[in-house]
Ligand binder design. Sequence first.
Ligand code: SAH
Ligand code: SF4
Ligand code: F3S
Length: 478
Amino acid sequence: MHDKPAPSRTVAPETGHQAEPAAPRKKIFVKTYGCQMNVYDSARMVDVMAPTGYAEVDTPEEADIVILNTCHIREKAAEKVYSELGRLRDLKKEKSGRGESLVIGVAGCVAQAEGEEMRRRAPAVDLVLGPQTYHRLPEYIARLANGGPGIVETEFPAEDKFESLPVPDRRKTLARGATAFLTIQEGCDKFCTFCVVPYTRGSEFSRPVARILDEAKALADAGVREITLLGQNVNAYHGEDVKGGAATLGALIRDLAAVDGIEHIRYTTSHPRDMDEELIAAHAEVPELMPYLHLPVQSGSDRILEAMNRRHDAESYVRLVERIRAARPDIAMSSDFIVGFPGETDRDFEATLDLVRTVGYAQAYSFKYSPRPGTPAATEEDQLPEEVKSERLQRLQALLGEQQVAFNEACAGRIMPVLFDRRGKGERQLVGRSPWLQSVHVEDAPENLFGNIVEVEIEEGYRNSLRGRLRAAEAVVA
Ligand code: SAH
Ligand code: SF4
Ligand code: F3S
């Protein structure tokens, strides 16, 4: 995704040997919607296509294959895909007028949820593939190139995919930068009544520890300093350990912290029910584990939490946050909220505001409830009017916004390690991330600090970022 297109059409495909004369290089464009796991999956799709001679490009116009990696979580997310498909249909026509071809693929959660329906609604689509089948992309593309009919492939399970994916390509990883996602767990067995994920991603699956360590070492070797472990229910992780038992996330984090070069570790998204003692202890004892935790609560009302099938109440969430803070006092909390769930009263909503005031968040995402086909809550009778949802969302976001600004402003004057992972707009401007996942802008930063973790003194905090400066005789921390 952050990779650069091949410089010329005469570069040989990455077959591993030089014998063949230079073949024209083909191009793939992947557009990502939705969560971080889709970001990871998109990168892996590019990885699996690379050995067949495909290089990644930045626009659909340049591409021979366009893949939309889609999200089904809310109605808006899914609708965006169809409008994009309209544009791609026109592009395909235009290209075929010039004697060029364009393969249109839809991957991800909309593909999984809609399957055949997708090609009925958007006949320009050649390929529909669910989140567990994209390792077979080269085979599907070859079939289509040979004039085969359109393909819809939405079968599970995740094991086959992970076993078939190559260890990340060092050159590509280098180009992607100093931070990386690493999927360790996928799928969900929790069945919250509002959520499509158990249907689109399938049941929980954890990758074995050894495979995760291999991937982390490859990433570290390519210059990655920070990894974010991904899973829809990442703290339900229970992958096979080297002795054949089941590892917890806490144990896996300790193993990863021992990998040379991996300096920062994060994980997302966790469920309050799966925050076990071992994981909380890791927050206290593993310095590589960053003091930031995204722990979605959705609502502060016990009645609504029960109707959502979250399997905990507000009080136990607040107690849990207290225990986590006791283990790691400087930890910053983040969360997800849904307003306007069916049957939510003013009182229920007030309970959510109360919970936010009690916990205090550094950052959070909040959404209006969106009824999703096939989920139990979608057929509840007491759906709320749009105006009520909008008004509640606005109030909640105002409160969360205040907390976020207060948290960022309180960082002024502090010195913190910042991983420089982006280049700023201006020359000699670098942008990095703080331990608390804030963007930190630094002027007058030498290029050789890019990709490194450096002590930065924060001068000012804003709503969405911090501004800082390098300290004299700047030491690279890692
Ligand atoms: N696995 C994570 C969340 C996955 S989805 C968890 O258990 O918390 C990311 C977020 O999208 C959810 O936390 C929820 O806040 C939101 N979301 C999911 N389904 C939704 C729906 N139908 N309407 C509105 N928001 C939704
Ligand atoms: Fe969806 Fe709930 Fe599973 Fe999270 S835990 S992915 S919200 S069903
Ligand atoms: Fe969306 Fe699927 Fe992720 S529905 S949020 S892309 S798991």
